[in-house]
Write a protein that binds this ligand. Structure first.
Ligand code: F6P
Length: 357
């Protein structure tokens, strides 16, 4: 008999269901006596003992379904050691529920914050296997996270569609792509859609360099310019501010996001007609693309294999197209960001794409 607890935590993404289906199918095909406890809304479910019993049937027909059948929520790692509003010790509560249900292990699907808590639970003695989800692709220890490829497809389509209208009107368009800390999504969607300028958090921009690129394009006869801008894009000036100074600046910030600030500066300094488009959470919604369906299924299947063998304390990821297991302590707390010297950045620059640097 195997008793498996499962939860999805943090911002959702596509293929969470496909990954859980992979885990459950691979285990139930090998072992008949399995109990699955689905904790609802992420770690909250484990903390407050909110779960539903699931069978193999519940995982049927969900391969192509977006979102997560378990629901999700954010439980900030920095607050995990702080008691809740009723004085409950959250870590202790999670351990108690795990032991009360006599679980053999927890399968945790999540991104960066989720992995910090998963590793903490491992340190506390629980058996944990994790799967890397996030449209940001910023998890250390894996070349890819599931959800990323689908989000690239969606953001690419948004920018593709902007091209035709930008051309008709001879406008500058800014498409804001998700990613506060890293620019993988913006970089890939920007390159896939032929954006002229790509701004990512890892490469601070200079507004004058952006204007230079727009003028260069106009001089060459191009009527329009497309900027793919990450939510976390930052100017060289702001990047030099201390954390405190930056916080102070943001207190009086009049824009909904950085894209609108850039748009205003471009109107003011370059006198161009600018529009901003924000695809927002559409990038996390809907059905996973075929790549993510296969990828998440493979990860789920390999996670199932680890559980059947009783090997715990790992995240299942991918390296050089092979599925691998990475010790959780190597993953937790590390961010995989785009290096300004990465070959992909150099290649993009050779194609004429400006990073505003
Ligand atoms: O971490 C994934 C992510 O989608 C980021 O790209 C984005 O900045 C953030 O979550 C949005 O979070 P929320 O759904 O809480 O608004």
């Amino acid at each position: 008999m195997k008793r498996i607890g499962m939860l999805t935590s943090g911002g959702d993404c596509q293929a969470l269901n496909a990954a859980m289906r992979g885990v459950v199918k691979s285990i139930t095909n090998a072992e008949k006596d399995v109990e699955i406890y689905g904790f609802l809304e992420g770690y909250k479910g484990l903390i407050y003992g909110n779960f539903t019993m699931l069978t193999g049937k519940d995982f049927s027909g969900i391969l192509t379904k977006g979102g997560t059948i378990l629901g999700s929520s954010r439980t900030p790692f920095k607050l995990i050691r702080e008691p809740d509003e009723n004085g409950l010790d959250k870590v202790e509560a999670m351990k108690q529920n795990y032991y009360k249900l006599k679980l053999d292990c927890l399968v945790i699907l999540g991104g960066n914050g989720t992995h910090k808590t998963a590793n903490l639970l491992r340190e506390e003695g629980l058996n944990v296997v994790t799967l890397p989800k996030t449209i940001d692709n910023d998890l250390w220890g894996t070349d890819m996270t599931f959800g990323f490829q689908t989000a690239v497809d969606i953001a690419t389509e948004a920018i593709d569609r902007i091209h035709t209208t930008a051309d008709s009107h001879g406008r500058v368009f800014i498409v804001e792509v998700m990613g506060h800390k890293v620019g993988w999504l913006t970089l890939n969607a920007g390159m896939a859609s032929g954006a002229d300028i790509i701004l990512i958090p890892e490469i601070p921009y200079d507004i004058d360099k952006i204007i230079e690129k727009i003028h260069e394009r106009t001089a060459r006869g191009s009527k329009f310019t497309i900027l793919a801008v990450a939510e976390g894009a930052i100017s060289k000036k702001d990047a030099k501010l201390s954390k405190k100074e930056y916080k102070e600046k943001m207190k009086n910030y009049k824009y909904p996001s950085v894209s609108y600030e850039i748009a205003d500066l471009l109107r003011e300094k370059a006198g161009v007609d600018v529009r901003v488009t924000v695809p927002g959470h559409t990038q996390r919604g809907g059905s996973p693309c075929p790549y993510d369906r296969v990828f998440a299924s493979r990860l789920g299947s390999e996670a199932g294999k680890l559980i059947l063998k009783g090997e715990y304390g790992f995240m299942v990821g991918i390296k050089n197209r092979e599925i691998i297991k990475v010790p959780l302590e190597e993953v937790a707390g590390k961010l995989k960001s785009v290096s300004a010297d990465a070959t992909i950045v150099k290649e993009a620059k050779m194609l004429g794409i400006s990073f505003g640097d």
